[in-house]
Design a protein around this ligand. Structure first.
Ligand code: IPM
Ligand code: MG
Length: 354
């Protein structure tokens, strides 16, 4: 029997609740496909600050680096917002860098059943929205030299990208486009930024090796407008760290249900970091009302990208789709004639469909 070791970082707020449901579904997949998933919990984020003073203790990072895959709930909360103290989000940046997961994959998909939750008009949505943002994750301005002058009167951040850093992310973009609708859009600010011009040069050079993929580029300001005006035009978007951070939040809102969206962060090895894109929602923590679907769908991504179990991943996605079609909803996506259920019940229903 195949065995995989999964490091689980439930984190803060609703993290532990949604993670528990995802593991419930994963265990069901294990039974069906005859695979053993050894899930072991480690601390990260606020809970780790409380216990050790460090948002990402060495033991946690080592376990994640050595695991076959990592599942993260969410980290952060107002409790750790005090100025000067360590921040839970540092755990995320440390994990990404430590695990060398340099590409972040964020699908934004409007589920037909949830179309009404989208802030966009039906006439814009009717052509369907199913896009993936591929964001560079361990370089650029979030990791460049930065500083605040001693007198506090100026500050700076720098964006620097090397050719290999750019190429490996763009390559992932082509990989994804190839398996999807064969369209890849580079988002940049090449009219202003030198780094963007390097991205553009490499992008169009690499495009020559992928004649089956339709390519185009958009400036980031235009792209942010196009995303709400005509999101159906996008298949795969590839972009730098900061642009991807901003655009992926915008794209998630188009779907109207941030509680539904998973993400994967991948590097060269099969080990990846999987997490819902939503945060810790401290206001509803512990109430058994959070939506576990994004974390459950993150497990589907884990099966697909870390364990090469595409059938099992499809199985989970189908189970989530059927659950929605039958009218089950958590509070964040409820409507008038739905069957309102809590976090655990939602996990039970989806697990039972595996
Ligand atoms: C995200 C988050 C993080 C980021 C923050 C919390 C560091 O916004 O995953 O998009 O900017 O990468
Ligand atoms: Mg973000």
């Amino acid at each position: 029997m195949k065995e995989y070791n999964i490091a689980v970082l439930s984190g803060d707020g609703i993290g532990p609740e949604v993670t528990a449901e995802a593991i419930k579904v994963l265990n069901k997949v294990g039974e069906k496909y005859d695979v053993k998933f050894n899930c072991k919990e480690y601390i990260a984020g606020g809970i780790a600050i409380d216990k050790t003073g460090n948002p990402l203790p060495d033991e946690t990072l080592n376990a994640c680096v050595n695991a076959d895959s990592v599942l993260l709930g969410a980290v952060g909360g107002p409790k750790w917002d005090k100025a000067g103290g360590p921040r839970p989000e540092q755990a995320l940046l440390g994990l990404r860098k430590g695990m060398e997961v340099y590409t972040n994959i964020r699908p934004a998909h409007v589920f037909k059943e949830l179309q009404a939750a989208s802030p966009l008009k039906d006439e814009i949505l009717k052509r369907g929205v199913d896009l993936v943002i591929i964001r560079e994750l361990t370089g650029g301005i979030y990791f460049g030299k930065s500083g605040l002058a001693e007198d506090g009167q100026s500050a700076f951040d720098t964006e620097e990208y090397s050719v290999p850093e750019i190429r490996r992310v763009i390559e992932r973009g082509f990989d994804f486009a190839k398996k999807r609708r064969k369209k890849l859009t580079l988002v940049n600010k090449a009219n202003i930024m030198e780094t963007s011009r390097l991205w553009r040069k490499l992008f169009f050079e690499m495009a020559e090796d992928h004649p089956d993929i339709e390519v185009n580029e958009l400036y980031v300001d235009n792209a942010s407008m196009q995303l709400v005006m005509n999101p159906s035009q996008f298949d795969v978007i590839v972009t730098s760290n900061m642009f991807g951070d901003i655009l992926s939040d915008e794209a998630s809102m188009i779907t109207g249900s941030i509680g539904m969206l998973p993400s994967a962060s991948l590097g060269d090895s099969s080990n990846g970091l999987y997490e819902p894109i939503h945060g810790t929602a401290p206001d509803i923590a512990g109430l058994d009302i959070a939506n576990p679907m994004a974390t459950i769908l993150s497990v589907a991504m884990m099966l697909r990208y870390s364990f090469d179990m595409a059938d099992a991943a499809d199985d989970i996605e189908r189970a989530v789709g059927e659950t929605l079609a039958e009218g089950y909803r958590t509070a964040d996506i409820q409507n008038d004639d739905c069957k309102l259920v809590g976090t655990k019940k939602m996990g039970d229903i989806i697990a039972a469909k595996i």
